[in-house]
Design a protein around this ligand. Structure first.
Ligand code: AMP
Length: 422
């Protein structure tokens, strides 16, 4: 039955769910533009190396979750699992750093693909909204990027948001920390999972992110990165925190937060929807990546970004019943009670549609009963009725389904009548 069944971990969006998704996209894009961001639209698939090199060969995303295939010319292609590496590729390939040397602020929206075990809020195709900024490292920029995400949550009506934040330091800080972690995990590693056994040599910080061993005894007293930060990284992080304080951002410092992708440095963070102070939905995350562009083209351009999951935002908004704004009644239906009235209805419908009013009509039936059903189904606010009597007098009857009143309106006044009331 594969021919009428969607692929595991994918979803169809229609009716309210399609509206909800577009609503979030619309609010997020409008809000982020006020922060000076411009949209970038990159391909859904890339050369596999784009992700292998930049997300990190040892990360779960690259090791286990990518949809990678050979095309008909035997090129290795990957459906993008995340946005940062693809946007960095586009930033470099299009030499955006040459035309816009100071600061490049980009945002994107679209589907991502990861071969993960599907469950509520976790899919194999999901949608992300994300931002990337390329320009000098600055605590004020880091804070402003976090504040911009809060502005989007706020515009969506989500008030109970917390950001977990940490510094994983610059490369010097991390070198010392990685050595300390190696030493610490050595005594536990025999009883840890195969991935961790490998990670202790390749990238011990990744162990902190392990889903299998998250409740292992070893996770209880891990050394804190904050004991290994250089003075420079420490001061940088303190400044970020002070600016978040000054802007009333609800944050929590989490010294174990390292994030799953390899490219991060210094500031890293994750956004959560909270419920009575429990962090209950992971909405998104991001951080600074100071060395990614340098490792690709040897020009020192640090970056910072975040991405959040649209399906998770939909769940958070469902939980708080925040969709009132979407179900406002603004549809008009037109009923023609005979064939000539139906022709007049279509002309009127298209006049209104040209003026951005949503109009639906029944193309076949002239009976009032069937046409009222259509009005019901489309949640119409106004029903325009045209019959022989209305036609003879150059008027229409307009019913307001909310106030349950009706008025006779001259043909030439219908547009202005509706515009004032919708
Ligand atoms: P990441 O790119 O892994 O940092 O994820 C950022 C955000 O994307 C997460 O917090 C989720 O909101 C969302 N996300 C990541 N993976 C999935 C998935 N498989 N299904 C749905 N949303 C996801």
């Amino acid at each position: 039955m594969g021919f009428c069944q969607k692929i595991k971990g994918t979803q169809d969006f229609f009716d309210d769910n399609a509206r909800k998704m577009r609503f979030i996209e619309d609010v997020a894009s409008k809000t982020i533009k006020t922060y000076g961001f411009n949209e970038i639209i990159t391909p859904i698939f890339e050369n596999t190396e784009v992700f292998q090199k930049n997300v990190g060969e040892d990360s779960d995303v690259v090791k286990k979750e990518m949809y990678t295939f050979l095309d008909k010319s035997n090129r290795s292609i990957t459906l993008r699992p995340e946005g940062t590496a693809a946007v960095a590729r586009a930033f470099i390939e299009n030499k955006m750093y040459a035309t816009n040397q100071q600061l490049t602020k980009l945002f994107y929206y679209g589907p991502m693909f990861r071969y993960e075990r599907p469950q509520t809020g976790r899919y194999r195709e999901f949608n992300q909204f994300g931002v990337e900024v390329y320009g000098p490292s600055s605590p004020m920029l880091d804070s402003d990027v976090i504040i911009s995400a809060f502005a989007i949550f706020d515009k969506l009506g989500l008030k109970n948001i917390k950001v977990k934040i940490n510094s994983i330091g610059n490369s010097e800080s991390r070198k010392n920390y990685v050595n300390a972690l190696k030493k610490y995990f050595e005594k536990y590693i025999d009883s840890m999972c195969d991935d961790c056994k490998r990670r202790i040599n390749t990238n011990p910080m990744r162990i902190l992110d392990c889903k299998i061993d998250q409740n292992h005894e070893a996770m209880k007293s891990i050394p804190s990165i904050h004991d290994y930060l250089t003075i420079e990284s420490k001061e940088y992080f303190e400044k970020v925190i002070n600016i978040l304080d000054a802007n009333n951002i609800n944050y929590e410092i989490d010294t174990k937060l390292v994030r799953g992708l390899d490219y991060y440095t210094d500031t890293v963070f994750e956004f959560y929807a909270t419920n009575n102070d429990n962090l209950n939905i992971a909405l998104g995350g991001g951080g600074r990546y100071s060395d990614m562009i340098k490792s690709m083209i040897n020009i020192d351009i640090p970056g910072i970004g975040y991405a959040f999951g649209i399906e998770r935002l939909m769940i958070a908004m469902d939980n708080e019943n925040l969709w009132g704004q979407l179900i406002t009644k603004n549809v008009v239906t037109i009923m023609g009670l005979d064939d000539i009235s139906k022709e007049k209805s279509l002309i009127l419908a298209n006049l209104l549609r040209n003026n951005e009013i949503i109009v639906e009509m029944d193309y076949i039936n002239t009976s009032m009963k069937t046409q009222f059903k259509l009005a019901d189904r489309t949640n119409a606010k106004f029903i325009i009725i045209i019959g022989e009597e209305e036609r003879n007098n150059n008027v229409v009857t307009i019913k307001n389904t909310i106030t349950k009143t009706q008025e006779t309106v001259k043909d030439i006044d219908v547009l202005s009548y509706l515009k004032e009331r919708l």
